[in-house]
Design a binder for this molecule. Structure first.
Ligand code: 13P
Ligand code: SF4
Length: 421
């Protein structure tokens, strides 16, 4: 079994390795996102702080944890469905009934209406999305409630509401002669349910990294410009690929009046980019790409669109986690791929394709420290709870928030790319 822990401990010089070789419960209770997170990451709100994993589970051997998970899965049968994001560690991925990117997992939650419990091995916003799309009688569990997403937390509801008020004051609320509203809010899937609800209420929509250009097309049919949050990089990379100039993409800093822009800059804007980013994808650089090209003749460089624009520009391609997986599956023996995304996925792809060379652009093995929070210990503990009739770590979105958020999510699920309309 490939384990991030193994890779980590063999690279003692990295900045994020030694702490991540420990069980997540050892750093779960300290403030912040844990080892490997950026100093710029905001401290998570108390709501994401978990209860401690019972000591008995912390001390269990791997064998016992895996036996417990297997037994619980068997006992729960079709009443349980386990969803796993590509960034999960292999020790957890092996139990997923569906493995996918955030868009596929949002759909997967819909395909098992008879399962009474959805256990989401991913991060908090994904579990919230599953809860919003699930049937009322289904429940969603996030095995470790500390598994947040630092980028999602960079846009909070209050800051987005005040940005919206400023923009409405500037642009007015009336549509233009073509019926297009002044601004359409677009939130990346990596955001709280409250922000998805905000988009639902204001004629907006959700996007993922696999459908961002389709969603922006949808938004431009209905609006003169877009307010895109929280990930500036996905917004910038997608809009640039659609031919929108950088001078039409001002950044919105929530701590400054008008987001730090002049009224003229905002008048010329097509996409207003929130000041958010992913600390994992921010680690990738153009230098790493140049080094990969120098060391591996013919290497194909594919990066996730959460990477900064110069990195996406220097790569051969950019795409979601599923895009990366499919590109490698379509490769041939002997191919060399340098990948700019989270290391668990890259390591797994290399293990699945031993006849190719697949490596992570970042030489310092640094997984997403919040995806990493889902350890088999938490999975065993939450599944044992279900067998005993106790629901642990349920993620439940308030009904009024869920109703508005569902509107924005359903718009996304119904949006079709140009040519398939
Ligand atoms: P995908 O949309 O590709 O699944 O990515 C989600 C994510 O969190 C990337 O950092
Ligand atoms: Fe969030 Fe980045 Fe981790 Fe994805 S990789 S879950 S965007 S912190």
């Amino acid at each position: 079994m490939t384990s991030v822990n193994v890779a980590i401990t063999t690279r003692p010089s990295s900045s994020c390795d030694t702490e991540l070789a420990k069980g997540p419960w050892e750093f779960d209770l300290s403030p912040g996102y844990g080892p490997g997170a950026s100093e710029d990451d905001v401290i998570p709100a108390p709501v994401t702080r978990p209860g401690q994993l019972p000591v008995a589970y912390q001390r269990m051997s791997d064998e016992e944890l895996h036996e417990r998970i297997r037994n619980a899965k068997k006992a729960l049968g079709d009443r349980l469905v386990i969803l796993g994001h590509f960034y999960q560690r292999d020790e957890v991925v092996q139990y997923a009934d569906f493995l996918g990117d955030s868009f596929q997992l949002a759909n997967a939650a819909l395909t098992k209406p008879d399962a009474e419990t959805i256990v989401f091995c991913g991060v908090h916003f994904m579990a919230e999305t599953a809860d919003i799309l699930a049937r009322p009688e289904q429940r969603v569990i996030l095995p470790n409630l500390a598994a947040g997403c630092s980028m999602a937390d960079m846009a909070d509801e209050d800051s987005v509401e005040s940005a919206w008020e400023e923009l409405m004051e500037l642009y007015g609320e009336e549509p233009d002669a073509d019926g297009r509203q002044p601004v359409v809010p677009v939130t990346y899937m990596n955001s709280s349910a409250a922000l998805k609800a905000f988009c639902g209420r204001h004629g907006g929509i959700v996007c993922t990294s696999s459908n961002a250009s389709t969603v922006l097309e949808w938004a431009f049919e209905r609006g003169q410009r877009v307010l895109f949050f929280p990930d500036q990089h996905l917004g910038r990379n997608t809009a640039k690929a659609m031919g929108i100039g950088l001078d039409q993409m001002p950044m919105w800093n929530p701590r400054k009046p008008l987001g730090g822009n002049t009224a003229e800059q905002l008048d010329a804007a097509r996409v207003i980019l929130w000041h958010g980013f992913c600390s994992v994808h921010k680690r990738f650089t153009v230098d790493q790409i140049e080094q990969a090209r120098a060391e591996h003749l013919g290497v194909r460089v594919i990066v996730h669109p959460e990477c900064p624009m110069p990195v996406v520009d220097a790569a051969d391609e950019a795409g979601s986690t599923d895009y990366i997986r499919k590109a490698i599956e379509a490769g041939s023996p002997g191919d060399v791929f340098a990948i700019g995304t989270e290391v668990n996925l890259v390591n797994r792809l290399q293990a699945e394709h031993p006849d190719m060379t697949i490596f992570c652009l970042d030489p310092v093995i640094c997984p997403c420290s919040t995806m990493y929070r889902i350890h088999p210990g938490y999975l065993a503990w939450t599944l044992d709870g279900l067998v005993e009739g106790e629901v642990r770590n349920q993620v439940s979105v308030a009904p009024d928030v869920a109703a508005d958020a569902r509107v924005a999510l359903e718009r996304m699920l119904a949006a079709l790319p140009e040519g398939r309309k």
